[in-house]
Design a protein around this ligand. Sequence first.
Ligand code: PBG
Length: 331
Amino acid sequence: MENHQYFLNQRRLRASSHIRELAATVMLNYKQFIQPIFVEEALALPRNIKGLPHIQVDTLNTIIATIQQDINGGITKFLLFPIPLEKKINDFNYDFASLVVNTIKNTFKEKIWLALDICLCSYTTHGHCGILNKASTMVENHQSVQELAKYALRLAAAGADCIAPSDMMDGRIAAIRTLLNQHHFEQVSIMSYSAKFSSQFYGPFRDACNSTPNSVSLKDRKTYQISPFNQTDAIASALRDKAEGADIIMVKPAALYTDIISAIKAKSNVALAAYHVSGEYASIELMHEQQLLERSSAHIEVWAALKRSGADIIISYAARNAKAWIENHLM
Ligand code: PBG
């Protein structure tokens, strides 16, 4: 055997945090982060969420302090989930959601950008994202889309800056855009949950919003959310939503679907958001509790992966730490 002599080549670029920073191909900026927030109707005191440490469901009063704290920490963009008291099968009441938006926007005005998750799953008795047919065997597309557009209009009128439909019905982007424009809300943007997969990783979120599907004849969301086995459907849905008028396209979950993020980025010129969902966040937090990893570095590592794959915008339950963590992170 010949004796090889090894030279440092790639490792010179890894020699110190200075050169690692210089050679980085992506950078994180806290200005591109969105913080999800929850408010529940008739809640006396804020409550914790199983699996989501550092996140709480706020009351109409405490949400103001939560947002103010986040502003102090550098976050100005929010994705709001209003949780109504009453659950029904149709004819939903959007007064609470509209009151929350109104209260928040009247308080903070242009200081914040407020996106509203638009879905019926926390409004329905059965927990599905739309209105069921008579036999309760499927979600009616047309009826659900009409209802979602009505909801979107209510929230736009209440002051929402962005409408984020997460229901996964067909044609909802066009219906919402049309209705918003008819009522002169042309400046309200749409962030579409376009590539939203049927995932186990929404578990902690559903616990928070009481929105787990519980219908005997339709047990899961597989007839409207995308199959994890289908990349083509995800890309087609994203391109379709962009054509219907979506301003921002979202991929969700995020870290398990970076192939989808890259593929959409390569195929269209659209602002792209990645939603690191509740179960993904919870896995990091659980390992942190067991002292199996370092919390901030783990989140930052995921965020870097999302940026590398092509995400512009990151939605994370840890967004409120982004500014401090990124500033202090040694590459
Ligand atoms: C509502 C909705 C869900 C999430 C966002 N909007 C749950 C679901 O589709 O079951 C998940 C968010 C998360 O897990 O962080 N349809």
